[in-house]
Design a protein around this ligand. Sequence first.
Ligand SMILES: Cc1ncc(COP(=O)(O)O)c(C=O)c1O
Length: 288
Amino acid sequence: MSIFYLDGDFVDSEKAVLSVNDMAVLRGYGIFDFMRTYNKRPFYLKEHIDRLVNSGQKVGLNLPCTKEALFDIVMETLERNDNEESNVRIVYTGGTSHDSVTPEGKGKLIVMVTPKHDLPSWWYTKGVKIITVDVERYIPEAKSTNYMNAVLTQQEAIKSNAVESVYVDRDGRVLEGTTTNIFLYLDNKWVTPGAGILPGITRSVIIELMNEQQAVELRDISREDIAKAKEIIITASNKEIVPVIQVDDIQIGDGQIGVHSAEIMKKFKEFTTRYGQEGHAERVKTAV
Ligand SMILES: Cc1ncc(COP(=O)(O)O)c(C=O)c1O
């Protein structure tokens, strides 16, 4: 049984319940953030809290406590759960409202700590297929609880034997996956979209690691770029770095995990293995 924080109390996960009148239930109105631990330490907790606050600012939701207080709540929730490694989800709901559409500052803050589960190992040894879908996220910089697009397009991905759907906007810009950011190895460098996306925390750490070798180019990516890419990876807190060998019907490179992908996967693994250990210098992350 997991212990969750809910609105001032630590409760058994099964007793963590919300009013059905909450705007999160009735309107899908709320914000969240998600991270995992390495060596039992939440990976870039401060940056995830910053992003949560930013999501709130974008959709008109102010957290009921300071960033520092939220940091302490997350650490205490982790301590109350005895997991090898954990997933941590912070949610702030829209709260109840007299007309179910006007926020009244009654949101509920929730911190959910659950055991971390591994994804299929073949994703990382053989590479995966992804598909593109013509979808645009509303306020893409905000991590809102409305993931209707993700839920629907993920089913399309599964039908196509793919593991992720990547959104392409009306201008043909390839933006990000349902829960991942995307990088292409193109013209001898890594390229990733710089705008119109959720600024992934994994993405920003990976950009810093890549920059040690060669500067990552932040720019719009087109469908044509996908066909030209020698390598592609997708990144996320729960997935880390997943190499992509097929997009729709297009084989990427020679259909095997490329050398640059393998190299950044190795570097990221080394970085996370040492995360929070003595002598490990946490990077000063810049928003990219
Ligand atoms: C839309 C979207 N883009 C990108 C990401 C990757 O972000 P992060 O690396 O912070 O997990 C996520 C994570 O869930 C996401 O939902």
